[in-house]
Design a protein around this ligand. Structure first.
Ligand SMILES: *Cc1c(COP(=O)(O)O)cnc(C)c1O
Length: 368
């Protein structure tokens, strides 16, 4: 991935004429000059946009697959589920993954005759995939950080005739490559680390199947769920430093997770990079990095809230992947985790400064 990262910074240079801007232009036009036969030109802002093209080229370079961008992670998930499924289909969703796809399926897919089952990520292969049209994997799962074997799921699901979709939000293309492991579609909430600056919601889906990509583009055009050019431009700007930020975040997370595991205020640490973690062996095999999320269980809700509120280098916020470290108690949303479980998103602060702040605050929270 390092040669991909290096080339990302120079992707559009070969297309430049003397005097052209080096940064991709932000084009806000909703209409384009279009006399006569409209074929072969940009037509209208719901179909095409030059700033979208710059970002889709960059993401396609990272995913090594044609990419379609969307205004949020959920818009990308919706764009995969609605046009690729039909009445009578059954799908499998992770029981412990991001909760909104399950709510979406319950509220809107079931009314269209599309049923869904759920299964915990750690046992995703158990029971096989017979009868499913589509299988969604999310590994490591958010927030529990369990891992499943993407290649084994893809092989078994394909044998059963199902499409395999991987939500790669927690890992980014620099941390895990689901298409290389056999998934048909990779999608992500770029709201998280790829944008990284907590100022844009964004999503994308990528596939090496031209028919799937054409369907996603058609869905975007017809549904009108299009990204704004300014958000797209900001997203492109964020993406240019993803490799640098994600590298710092993952390195820091490895250090912080190891030290948290030895801290007396901590009951349990989940991090795929810890040799003691149940997901470690599989994580070593299929992930390029161990990620920037850590699951930390403190003794009680009170200690967890006190820690989050008091730590000077942690923002109390939902979401993750920002340049600033952040944390939240996931039980407040009803996730099936202990009441003292904190999802810690490690940001880009200098590692030792961050650890000192965490260590000091933890020791104080323990005395509350
Ligand atoms: C945040 C998130 C999403 C949804 O992304 P939005 O941009 O908020 O719509 C989807 N999947 C995972 C794993 C996420 O963490």
């Amino acid at each position: 991935m390092s040669s991909r990262a290096a080339r990302l910074a120079h992707l559009h240079t070969p297309g430049l004429a003397k005097g052209d801007p080096l940064a991709p232009p932000l084009v806000l036009s909703s209409v384009f000059h279009l006399p006569g036969d409209p074929a072969g030109a940009r037509q209208y802002g719901r179909y095409d946009n030059p700033t979208w093209e710059a970002l889709e080229t960059a993401l396609a370079h990272l995913e090594d697959a044609e990419t379609v961008i969307f205004p949020s992670g959920m818009a990308a998930i919706t764009a995969v589920l609605f046009p690729l499924l039909k009445s009578g289909d059954r799908i499998l969703l992770p029981a412990d993954g991001y909760y909104t796809p399950r709510v979406l399926a319950q509220r809107f897919l079931s009314g269209l005759g599309i049923e869904f089952d759920t299964r915990p990520t750690a046992g995703y292969l158990d029971g096989g995939f017979d009868g499913y049209r589509l299988v969604l994997v999310e590994t490591p799962s958010n927030p529990g950080l369990d891992v499943c074997d993407i290649r084994a799921v893809a092989d078994a699901a394909h044998a059963a005739g199902a499409l395999v979709v991987a939500d790669n939000t927690t890992m980014t293309p620099f941390g895990q490559r689901p298409l290389d492991l056999g998934a048909d579609i990779v999608l992500a909430a770029d709201t998280k680390a790829p944008n990284g600056h907590s100022d844009v919601l964004f999503g994308h889906a990528a596939s090496r199947d031209a028919g799937i990509v054409a369907t996603l583009r058609e869905w975007r055009k017809l549904s009108g769920a299009i990204p704004g050019p300014f958000e797209t431009w900001l997203m492109h700007r964020g993406l240019e430093t993803l490799e640098l930020r994600f590298d710092r975040m993952c390195r820091s997370a490895e250090t912080v997770a190891t030290r948290l595991a030895g801290h007396p205020a901590v009951q349990e640490v989940r991090y795929p990079g810890l040799p003691s973690d149940p997901s470690h062996a599989l994580a070593r095999e299929q992930m390029l990095r161990f990620g920037s999320l850590i699951g930390v269980t403190l003794a009680s809700e009170r200690q967890a809230e006190a820690f989050i509120e008091a730590c000077p280098l942690i923002e109390a916020a939902t979401s993750f992947g920002g340049v600033h470290s952040s944390a939240e108690r996931r039980a407040r949303w009803g996730d099936a985790v202990a009441s003292g479980f904190v999802r810690l998103s490690v940001g880009c602060e200098p590692t030792e400064e961050l650890w000192r702040a965490i260590e000091t605050t933890l020791s104080e929270a323990r005395r509350t």
